[in-house]
Design a protein around this ligand. Structure first.
Ligand SMILES: NC(=O)c1ccc[n+]([C@@H]2O[C@H](COP(=O)([O-])OP(=O)(O)OC[C@H]3O[C@@H](n4cnc5c(N)ncnc54)[C@H](O)[C@@H]3O)[C@@H](O)[C@H]2O)c1
Length: 266
């Protein structure tokens, strides 16, 4: 079930923003456990190498490439490198992304632009260079990591650029799915909710948590109907399902991984 033997998976942001399991690292390791060969890109090469070390330590295989996924030339170079090594790309997971709080009044224009580049342009750029490969193969599957922020607003916080860019990720996923449905390519989005990844202690505690990690974690847990945040493995398992052949009839849609959060009003 859900085996990926012989598949080449190109995964962006496959490191982790801090020690432990970020979404990108868990996705890379889980897909490798299921038999995929992982081409792991990250702007932080040491983080990607740490992911690859876990994969090879478990008997899997792959390669790493330092790449700023907001840079079109660098993305093309990474795709070319992957093709030179493996000759094909069966799976593309766009995981790079991150949030900066702020509304249009408080947010600098440059921050808005960087959020759009990091969350949305990165998806455009990989698809620009990977879709021709998948079209030639007559097969391929793409999963884009969006966020529940793309469909729902937190009542007490404003993340205007993150919300807009992740809504864009959901829409571009459907548009790509529809444009490529006849040529054997599927494309879907995964929408994580409040996840307990290294991001929480790495950045959120500083940005919105008043430097009190324990309080922030308790507060995030309490907001979720299942009573706790999810983790990177919850995201990774949704990705695994969508990239596997068992999901062959699923395209142009999304899986919400949020413990029921979006069904609540708060
Ligand atoms: N953590 C959450 O609570 C949460 C919730 C909803 C959505 N998400 C989404 O999940 C994805 C992963 O988030 P995460 O918090 O697990 O992070 P993560 O631990 O997967 O780390 C992201 C990785 O991307 C890399 N990266 C950053 N900028 C890059 C760039 N320009 N080019 C290449 N690599 C770059 C970082 O070095 C890091 O290794 C993001 O798209 C995020 O928006 C996360």
């Amino acid at each position: 079930m859900l085996r990926l033997d012989g598949k080449i998976a190109f995964i962006t942001g496959a490191g982790s923003v801090g020690e432990g399991w970020g979404n990108g690292r868990a996705i890379a390791v889980l897909l490798a456990r299921q038999g995929a060969t992982v081409f792991a890109t990250d702007i932080d090469i040491a983080a990607a190498e740490a992911t690859l070390a876990i994969i090879t330590g478990e008997g899997g295989s792959g390669a790493v490439k330092r790449c700023d996924m907001t840079d079109g030339n660098a993305v093309k170079d990474a795709v070319d490198d992957c093709l030179a090594r493996y000759r094909r790309i069966d799976i593309l997971v766009n995981n790079v992304g991150g949030s900066v709080p702020g509304d249009p009044v408080t947010m600098d224009e440059a921050v808005w632009d960087r959020q759009m580049d990091l969350n949305l342009k990165t998806v455009f750029l990989t698809c620009k260079h990977v879709l021709p490969v998948m079209r030639q193969q007559g097969a391929g599957v793409i999963v884009n990591i969006a966020s529940v922020a793309g469909i729902r607003d937190a009542p007490d916080r404003n993340y205007v650029a993150y919300a807009a860019s992740k809504a864009g990720v959901i829409r571009i996923s459907k548009a790509i799915a529809m444009a490529n449905a006849k040529v054997g390519i599927r494309c879907n989005a995964v929408l994580p909710g409040l996840m307990n990844t290294p991001l929480v202690t790495h950045r959120l505690v500083r940005d919105i948590g008043g430097n009190d990690a324990e309080r922030l974690i308790a507060e995030r847990n309490a907001r979720v109907p299942l009573g706790r945040m999810g983790d990177a493995w919850d995201v990774a398992h949704a990705v695994l399902f969508l990239v596997a052949d068992e999901a062959r009839y699923i395209t142009a849609t999304e899986i919400v991984v949020d413990g029921g959060l979006t069904a609540t009003r708060s």
